[in-house]
Design a protein around this ligand. Sequence first.
Ligand SMILES: [Zn+2]
Length: 114
Amino acid sequence: MHELSIVTSMISIVRENMVRHGAGRLNKIKIRVGEMSAVEPEALRFCFEACAGGTDMEGVILDIEEVPVMGQCLNCKKEFQLTLYLDSRCPVCGGEAGGYVSGSELDIVSMEVE
Ligand SMILES: [Zn+2]
């Protein structure tokens, strides 16, 4: 399962950070998930709760921010939001989108500790 491996690696990154900063109890993890990463926020949350249960991560809130997919016009360089699986054209000049600017990321934005 895609989400499970993401959650597992996310938890280990969070743990490393907590050790490095000598953080105490974790309250909240804020992450950013791009629409392109094909991650279901609900599945991610479910996996996190399953992994965190019974550990020191139990009860930690997973705050998921979804990031739309942005592309950049090949012609006029305007950045605009792409619709997945549809042929998205530049709203300014009708040009083709040349690659993704954002939307494939999965980042840990912040951690809230006591
Ligand atoms: Zn354009």
